[in-house]
Design a protein around this ligand. Structure first.
Ligand code: CA
Length: 235
């Protein structure tokens, strides 16, 4: 298992565990499994995986506990599997430090895409993407952090101060879903009743300026009920 990514799959439902393990192995990953919180702690410590798939509903403890404890010391990408359609769980998991989530039932293509993206993002430190003159280039999109200017296809997009701050924040976490509350806290500090509305209005303006067209993903993806994610156009 030397040249393969090691994936720890924490899942107590046997048929899902088997399905995921077979899927990863077929795609060239090495798989380690655990079916309880206690077992997961042990396997994580023994194998130091490159990525973790974490079911939130474990028999002995809530998967959130594993997430929280792991995040205190490690930045290993963690993708949460949630059977619960409840948006609050996803938001909570992301705020605690999950890199992404997949809701059950999920397709194998979706899961693999999320895994590849999480591994890719973990590999590259955002600093490494910023050029010597302080620019971040993501396909057609580029942002000049020193001059606080944004370009698409070399054309400058005129943003307000707030719009720029939001775009800069999302770009610094490119590939990762940023929850509403994380964005609001960063941009406005403590949230109030109007915060989400304010964010949505700003987002709508940003997307319009970015040339958003219906049915197209244009740099910023709206993760309904959860937050926003900046993507590379090629995704
Ligand atoms: Ca479960």
């Amino acid at each position: 298992m030397n040249n393969k990514y090691k994936i720890l799959v924490i899942e107590d439902e046997e048929h899902i565990q088997t399905f995921i393990s077979a899927l990863f192995e077929a795609n060239g990953y090495a798989v380690i499994t655990a079916n309880t919180y206690e077992n997961a702690k042990h396997m994580y410590a023994s194998y130091q995986p490159d990525l973790v798939i974490l079911d939130l509903g474990l028999p002995d403890r809530d998967g959130m506990v594993f997430l929280e404890e792991t995040r205190k010391a490690f930045s290993t990408p963690i993708i949460v599997l949630s059977a619960r359609a409840d948006e609050n769980d996803k938001v909570k998991a992301l705020d605690i430090g999950a890199n992404d989530y997949v809701t059950k039932p999920f397709g194998s293509a979706e899961l693999m895409a999320r895994v590849r993206s999480a591994l890719r993002n973990a590999r590259r430190n955002i600093d490494a993407l910023v050029t010597h003159n302080g620019k971040l280039i993501l396909g057609d999109f580029s942002i000049d952090y020193d001059a606080r200017r944004v370009f698409i296809k070399d054309e400058e997009i005129k943003l307000t101060q707030t719009e720029y701050n939001i775009v800069a924040f999302l770009s610094e976490h490119c590939g990762k879903v940023m929850t509403y509350s994380a964005i609001i806290k960063k941009i406005w500090g403590y949230p109030d009743d109007g915060s989400i509305k304010k964010l949505q209005v700003n987002m709508a303006n940003i997307r319009k300026k970015f040339g958003y067209k219906l049915g197209e993903t244009n740099y910023i993806v709206n993760e309904l009920g959860v937050g926003y994610r900046m993507i590379e156009k090629s995704e």
